[in-house]
Ligand binder design. Structure first.
Ligand code: SAM
Length: 286
């Protein structure tokens, strides 16, 4: 294959097993003028394994904005570049968004070189509906923000996919069980394509038990997938609760209105909250 001058190639690399790289990715990495890497030492291992000697430059969250204008100038002058991250597909919870969006605005050609991505890898074996899904990336680290995000997702009908750091995996499963109910079906995909690869499925309470049953179950990299909300739960009508909530929202701030409505009606707070957020949107947006 031939490399086009002035092009930014966005190249997916392995998420564990170094053999998971396409021939096209290797050719691009070998032929471009420079490889932009999240961590040059990390990417050097991959390049060494395939005897690729292309020079690397670092492009990470902390220098991307600063480095982008000069990189765009070099691309416009005809240089070829490959953007890679430490693992998987760049821009998927990894750097590159700013560079790619600026490159496109500047008329620089951007070419994807597809390959591994932890979310699609996990989804392909989780046994959860894969026709429609919703990728949520990492949940916020702060508890209150995490709970707000999960409350917003309780009625999401599509399969939900989360990335999680090992030290938070157990807490994440516990939070998911509290938000979605411990009976919701889910899967945990750990260390995909690596020696200790493991994919476990069950209800959220079963997965939480599994996570607590061995220190090994909390090690490595995780993708957590949760089945979408069942249709019955989504159809659950608020009945009189809707009218009560509407009246309260006219008089009280949203969270207070939800609290009072929950006490008056016995309807779950997160169900009311979700409806209240829709009702509270500016007129005409519902
Ligand atoms: N760009 C990557 C991709 O395409 O999937 C994701 C990068 S993000 C910074 C890293 C997160 O991806 C990890 O915390 C984990 O949630 C997930 N991940 C990456 N490699 C994985 C693997 N081998 N097994 C399970 N999850 C993985």
């Amino acid at each position: 294959m031939s490399i086009e001058p002035g092009t930014l190639y966005v190249v997916a690399t392995p998420i564990g097993n170094l053999e998971d790289i396409t021939r096209r990715a290797l050719e691009v990495l070998a032929q471009v003028d420079v490889v932009l890497a999240e961590d040059t030492r990390h990417s050097a291992r991959l390049l060494r394994a395939y005897r690729i000697r292309t020079p690397t430059e670092s492009l990470h969250d902390h220098n991307e904005r600063r480095a982008t204008p000069a990189l765009i100038d070099r691309l416009r002058a005809g240089q070829t570049m490959a953007l890679v991250s430490d693992a998987g597909t760049p821009l998927i919870c990894d750097p590159g968004y700013h560079l790619v969006s600026c490159a496109r605005k500047a008329g620089v050609k951007t070419v994807p070189v597809p390959g591994p991505c932890a979310l699609t890898c996990a989804l392909s074996v989780a046994g959860l509906p894969s026709d429609r899904f919703c990728f949520e990336g990492f949940l916020p680290a702060r508890r209150a923000a995490r709970q707000t995000r999960l409350t917003e997702l309780t009625s999401e009908p599509r399969t939900l996919i989360f990335y999680e750091a090992p030290h938070r995996a157990e807490q994440c499963l516990s939070d998911l069980a509290s938000a979605f109910g411990s009976d919701r079906f889910a899967s945990v995909a750990r260390e995909l394509t690596k020696v200790f690869e493991e994919v476990v499925s069950g209800t959220l309470s079963e997965l939480l038990e599994w996570s607590r049953s061995s220190d090994d179950h909390r090690k490595g990299e995780f993708v957590i997938l949760v089945g979408g909300a069942p249709a019955a739960a989504r159809r659950e009508e608020l009945g009189d609760g809707e009218r009560i909530l509407r009246v309260l929202l006219e008089e009280l701030p949203l969270s207070k209105a939800v609290r009072v409505a929950a006490r008056l009606t016995g309807i779950k707070r997160n169900r009311l909250y979700e409806r209240a957020v829709t009702l509270a949107q500016p007129f005409g947006s519902e």
